[in-house]
Design a protein around this ligand. Structure first.
Ligand SMILES: Nc1ncnc2c1ncn2[C@@H]1O[C@H](COP(=O)(O)OP(=O)(O)OP(=O)(O)O)[C@@H](O)[C@H]1O
Ligand SMILES: [Mg+2]
Length: 442
């Protein structure tokens, strides 16, 4: 079946037909019994009335009286004499039953035929009066009424379901249409379903999914454009300087300068692709994570030493305040965190400034604080600096090297260690970056 609409209609019709059939059969079983009992009770009453009438009024022409009763009612009456003969015999009654009634018993049929038998005595002679109600014709009428009602129900129900199914199926059709649009790359779809039921919830979730997809698509586009931009500028200068170098009339000093620029720019591109790979790897679930126990204070000290050329060139004061602390973490990954944070502090602190690094432990938490007296971060930027490629000072970013991936990597690694990173900063005064890690006792 191609359309859900047809499926709904056919299913409904199938169910309706089935339930009608079952209803009809159940009603038949339940009510035919009911009718027989009811008619038997009526027959008994009517039989007693007839018997009373015959005996009290001492009717002479009993047969004539019975004929007239049969003419105005649905009863077939048979009067048996003591020799078991009758003018109007009833073939459904056997002789034993007639015999029993002649001897004073009351007879009541216990099947679908509503027959009652009553004894009576006329002029000292015993008779048996049988009244047989034409139940078949009665039931036939009843069946016809029930069948008509059920068929009417089916016809009206079918017409209504044809209309109602359209309403049921409409949101599904809308969702299908929207899904096709998304598959074709159009994320600007919004399914409007006013129902509050499961279909409404499904449509809400669908809209949320589309919103998320839209964001992801936007992020993807921004990412591609950022990467291209970050690659393009060093490549442009590499191309420019190498073209200049191809000319002959260049002094040795200029040649050296150009070559060193080319080397720097190449390194920048290389570092960018390295950072991108690192981020992609950290984001994948298969990134190796090898925690070991090591001295965190020593690792920080080594980082300070390895960045010595950078801070001594800017004549920065470095101040260390660290306890001896063991940490259980991935050593290589944490080393990248400190290197990134420290190079940021150095990069964004003007010459002559101060950088303090402290390591403390309290309440099962280790906290590393890197405090600088640098340019600071504006409040509106503080939350954004962890985004990939984000650099708070757009105008300055040409002069300051860096692609804006450092803090994204730091945040990813901290999260992998179930840690947390916080920024407190005051523009033009300095920045405090705190990294908190859980303290796993050995
Ligand atoms: N200590 C700091 N003082 C002032 N601004 C900072 C500091 N640390 C980070 N920032 C701001 O946050 C931005 C993002 O930092 P991030 O380390 O991610 O990138 P980057 O240092 O510019 O480049 P990369 O780290 O990739 O070389 C920086 O460009 C800078 O504007
Ligand atoms: Mg950085």
């Amino acid at each position: 079946m191609k359309s859900i609409y047809i499926r709904v209609v056919v299913t409904f019709l199938g169910i309706t037909l089935m339930s009608m059939l079952i209803t009809f059969l159940v009603l038949r079983v339940l009510f035919s019994n009911y009718f027989v009992l009811k008619i038997q009770a009526n027959s008994l009453y009517a039989g007693k009335q007839i018997v009373n009438y015959i005996t009290e009024k001492q009717i002479e022409d009993i047969n004539g009286y019975m004929e007239s009763v049969m003419a105005v009612s649905k009863y077939k009456l048979s009067l048996y004499k003591s020799d078991l003969t009758s003018l109007n015999p009833n073939r459904s009654i056997n002789q034993n039953d007639i015999y029993a009634v002649l001897h004073g018993s009351l007879y009541q049929s216990n099947n679908n035929v509503a027959v009652i038998g009553l004894p009576l005595s006329i002029d000292g002679e015993s008779y048996a009066l049988f009244a047989d109600f034409h139940i078949e014709s009665y039931l036939k009428n009843y069946n016809q009424i029930v069948l008509t009602a059920l068929v009417l129900c089916l016809i009206i129900g079918s017409l209504l379901i044809f209309v109602a199914s359209r309403y049921l199926v409409r949101p599904i059709k809308m969702l299908t249409k929207a899904t096709k649009k998304i598959a074709a790359g159009n994320y600007h779809v919004n399914v409007q379903v006013k129902y509050k039921d499961e279909l409404g919830i499904l449509s809400d979730s669908f809209n949320q999914m589309v919103k998320k997809l839209r964001q992801i698509e936007q992020m993807r586009q921004e990412f591609v454009s950022n990467v291209s931009h970050e690659i393009q500028s060093p490549l442009t200068s590499i191309l420019g300087f190498s073209t200049t170098l191809l000319q002959n009339n260049i002094s040795d000093a200029d040649r050296k300068r150009y070559l060193s620029i080319i080397a720097d720019e190449s390194e920048r591109v290389s570092r960018l692709s390295e950072d991108l790979l690192k981020l992609a790897s950290l984001e994948s679930e298969h990134h190796p994570f090898n925690p070991t126990f090591f001295r965190l204070d020593e690792q920080l000290r080594r980082t300070v030493i390895s960045t010595e050329p950078l801070w001594s060139k800017k004549k920065l004061d470095i101040d260390l305040d660290m306890q001896e602390i063991l940490v259980n973490a991935d050593e290589d990954q944490l080393a990248q965190v400190w290197i990134n944070l420290l190079t940021n502090a150095i990069k964004f602190t003007p010459p002559g400034g101060r950088i303090s690094i402290s390591l403390t432990k309290c309440e099962n938490k280790l906290t590393v604080r890197i405090i600088d007296t640098g340019i600071g971060i504006a409040d509106e930027d503080a939350l954004l600096i962890f985004q990939r490629f984000y650099k708070s000072d757009k105008a300055r970013n040409r002069s300051q090297e860096g692609s804006g991936l450092g803090l994204a990597i730091v945040q990813k690694i901290t999260a992998l260690h179930q840690g947390q990173i916080d920024v407190q900063s005051q523009l033009n005064h300095g920045t405090i970056i705190s990294v908190t890690l859980p303290d796993h006792e050995r």
